[in-house]
Design a protein around this ligand. Structure first.
Ligand code: NAD
Length: 463
């Protein structure tokens, strides 16, 4: 029999946090209808009125930062400092959207021969979001705030592991003044989710997660001709070129791999190092990874917390073992620790080559893949040979050349030069190839779920 409830479990203690009943089809339908009803009023509010409420949500997030951060730590094992940073990023997204949303979404006058014309960015209706557990607050905030600014209603089906965070966010939005029901949370199965995609009142679907799930969801939306945005996984490459500052590259690539317990779509995952620097990079990287402190996410000294679930941890271990049996060199880690909590040690695989999961797939946890390239252009070729294309990085002292490589050759959505970074509220975020399509953040993200309506008025002469 299919599950009728969701149980959340603390990955550090393996203890049950909470049990929630799944909604019936009728209950889910009610949530969709409530969002649509609220949308009918919300869409009539001016951009400035909507912006005021979004700014208030940002303030409320900051006020409740610690409480929300603790909930995320319990639900997904996130380090407490990463949890607090995540709420700061959410508040920054609200502040950016409240300020720039009215500018990006304002009517846009266009020149047309013999007529006046403008483009109105009209809301489309209820947008359905399906989100993963790795950033319980940020994933839900980034699409919902943009869609609410645009005048849409929003639904959230969060990952089961962070059910509490989804409901917390809904209550927080309403406390900050968002009309009741406009942001609706669904506790539903994947089969029920297919029916929500097909629901007449749902007008768009945005999904963040694995490419396997993305293909299914986009196909379902395609059957009913609904627009999708897909933010999927990746195995982001960081190139260490001949002229790189090696100390900076090693330090940054270690942080970039470990951030969020290694479970971020844009974590640095494959390190492609030219022959010149290869041995020194492997040695320096392994030294730092070997010294990583694994432990309690509440402890300020902890660098690596547990993985979100036993399944994710076991999957990573399998990928590491298969890579080694296919020829990768295990330099550090790789052994399942005998302790409570779903921990996996910081692991370094070197001499990674095609045919190994560490080369071909996404390793969604604290395992680094180091790949040797002949020279700079070979490194670029290897990076682009991936089926994914979300983010990536370049380490080089020649910043102008790195900028050109990024713009002209790197086949991904986001490139960081001499650094590792996540998302910025003003910059488009999203990928190409199996990493999905569409963008969040920036004016690009604000316009994903609007109807760009062309309105043309005949001139007197033409009339
Ligand atoms: P997942 O695809 O298994 O799950 C993500 C969400 O999709 C969950 O809510 C899940 O319940 C739902 N889902 C899965 N199959 C579904 C179906 N058939 N119908 C409806 N909903 C379905 O992903 P995961 O393993 O939990 O998350 C990790 C993945 O997400 C990684 O690949 C990671 O890189 C990716 N990710 C991408 C981004 C991005 O912005 N591009 C951000 C974060 C995570």
């Amino acid at each position: 029999m299919a599950d009728t409830k969701i149980t959340t479990i603390n990955p550090f203690t393996e203890e049950v946090i909470e049990t929630y009943p799944l909604m019936s089809d009728e209950e889910a339908d009610k949530v969709v209808r409530a969002s649509h009803e609220a949308f009918l009023e919300w869409k009539m509010k001016s951009l400035d009125e909507r912006a005021k409420i979004i700014a208030a949500i940002g303030k409320k997030l900051s006020e409740k930062k610690d409480e929300f951060a603790q909930l995320m730590r319990r639900e997904v094992g996130k380090l407490i400092r990463d949890s607090r940073d995540e709420i700061d990023l959410c508040a920054a997204i609200c502040a950016y959207t409240a300020k720039e949303g009215p500018v990006a979404l304002a009517d846009d006058e266009r020149e047309v021969d013999g007529a006046t014309a403008f483009v109105s960015h009209s809301p489309i209706g209820v947008v359905y979001g399906i989100q993963p557990w790795n950033f319980p607050a940020y994933q839900a905030v980034r699409y919902s705030i943009a869609s609410l600014m645009a005048g849409n209603g929003v639904l959230l089906k969060h990952a089961e592991n962070c059910t509490g965070s989804g409901e917390y966010l809904r209550d927080l939005y309403e406390e900050a003044g968002l009309p009741k029901g406009l942001f609706g949370v669904l506790r539903i199965s994947h089969d029920q989710s297919d029916a929500i995609i097909a629901h007449d009142l749902v007008r768009g679907v945005t999904m963040t997660g694995s490419d396997t799930a993305g293909r299914h969801i986009a196909a379902k939306a395609g059957e009913v001709v609904k627009k999708t945005v897909l933010e999927l996984g990746s195995n982001d490459a960081y190139l260490v070129l001949d002229d790189a500052d090696l100390d900076l590259a090693i330090k940054t690539c270690v942080q970039g791999r470990l951030y969020n317990n290694g479970q971020t779509c844009v974590n640095a995952k494959r390190f492609i190092v030219t022959e010149k620097n290869y041995d020194a990079f492997v040695e320096g990287y392994a030294k730092r990874f070997g010294a990583v402190r694994m432990g309690d996410p509440m402890d300020g000294d902890t660098q690596l917390g547990p993985m979100v679930s036993r399944e994710q941890r076991d999957k990573l271990h399998e990928q590491v073992e298969k890579s080694v049996s296919n020829g990768a060199r295990l330099v550090v880690g790789g052994e399942m620790p005998d302790r409570e909590g779903w921990f996996y040690p910081a692991t370094v695989l070197a001499d990674v080559e095609p045919g190994q999961p560490a080369y071909e797939d996404e390793l969604f946890g604290p395992a680094a893949s180091i790949i040797k390239a002949k020279d700079d252009m070979d490194a670029m070729r290897i990076a682009n040979s991936s089926r994914y294309g979300l983010g990536g990085g370049i380490f080089s002292k020649d910043v102008e050349r790195a900028k050109k490589l990024a713009a002209e050759h790197f086949d991904t959505g986001m490139i960081f030069i001499n650094s590792f970074d996540l998302a910025s509220p003003s910059l488009p975020f999203g990928g190409v190839k199996d990493s999905g399509y569409g963008r969040e953040h920036g004016p690009e993200g604000l316009k994903e779920f609007v109807n760009a309506k062309a309105i043309k008025v005949a001139s007197k002469a033409a009339a």
